[in-house]
Design a protein around this ligand. Structure first.
Ligand code: C5P
Length: 292
């Protein structure tokens, strides 16, 4: 059995810098990955069994295991790539432990699809490089290639032009999801400004203070619009702000927001305070992983 982590993706900054003719938006985003996430396992199944998917975990009920699931779509994409190379792959049994809230701005489905590609690449002995996997994954969704890479990076274009960092500090963080799901297309559609400045020249981010100081100069251009569509996002931002973090921001198109703290202890204390006040919210202290 092969296991792959599907780490939560955090947009430390997300600037919307334009829009293409096909409606997709141009982005300039700074992305880190958390040490929590979903978990995907794959194993070879009996002949004739095909590709199957079982979903477990705290957020399993929010997901369909039907063919439109991004995990199955990723498996079929890779199966087709193998077939094109003349390789007939054996059936596979996939199992997804869904620990992250669904449709919540922290990668979820994209990270699951990326983990599927990495896991099946190993199970089927396809020997595709991470770059090749990232490239073939773009049709599955604009956030999938960055999740294939899985290390701190800057992404431009529609989010698929990837610039990984050789040096990038880790950080203590808290993720808070107020239990509403937000439609990404609806947030993009409701934007009133689309030609914003990018994140500019990025300094050396190998030191945590430099990282937080730089992130503080950036924005999430989807935040105000998402909070208007889903006021619970504003409540979550205010709740995190109340715990004296170094920085508070929304990730992706929401509804998950995050705080950055100067220690794991401070992130844990903030988590306890928010969970006590909002027992129905998903509140998760974590670490953003440094570049390796
Ligand atoms: O690529 P993905 O299917 O994840 O995108 C979902 C939706 O989000 C798109 O259909 C589009 O409405 C919006 N989007 C966008 N610009 C991007 C990425 C996503 O407008 N760069």
């Amino acid at each position: 059995m092969i296991a792959e982590a599907a780490s939560a993706k955090i947009n430390l900054a997300l600037h919307v810098t334009g829009r293409r003719d096909d409606g997709y938006h141009l982005l300039d985003t700074l992305v880190a990955f958390a040490d929590i996430g979903d978990r995907l396992t794959v194993e070879t199944a009996a002949a004739g069994a095909g590709i199957s998917l079982e979903i477990t975990g705290p957020f399993a009920k929010g997901l369909s295991g039907a063919d439109d699931n991004l995990v199955l779509a990723a498996a079929r994409t890779l199966e087709a790539v193998a077939a094109k190379r003349g390789k007939l792959v054996p059936p596979a049994r996939l199992s997804l432990e869904k620990n992250l809230p669904v449709a919540s701005g922290i990668g979820g489905g994209s990270a699951d699809a990326a983990a599927t590609l990495r896991a099946l690449n190993r199970l089927w002995g396809l020997d595709l490089s991470a770059e090749a996997l990232a490239e073939l994954s773009a049709p599955l969704g604009a956030d999938v290639p960055m999740c294939v890479v899985g290390h701190p990076l800057r992404a431009t274009g529609i989010g698929t032009d990837l610039h990984p960092f050789a040096a990038f500090a880790g950080a203590d963080a808290l993720l808070v999801n107020p239990g509403v799901s937000v439609s990404t297309p609806a947030v993009f559609k409701a934007l009133t400004a689309r030609d914003n400045a990018g994140i500019g020249a990025v300094p050396d981010l190998s030191d945590r203070e430099a990282l937080i100081a730089f992130v503080a100069t950036c924005r999430n251009d989807l935040e105000a619009t998402a909070a208007k569509l889903a006021p619970a996002i504003a409540d979550a931002l205010a709740a995190v702000d109340n715990t004296a973090p170094l920085l508070t921001r929304m990730s992706g198109s929401g509804a998950t927001v995050f705080g950055l703290y100067d220690s794991a202890e401070a992130a844990k204390r903030a988590a306890e305070a928010i969970a006590a006040e909002h027992p129905e919210w998903w509140v998760m202290p974590t670490k953003l992983m440094p570049a390796v």
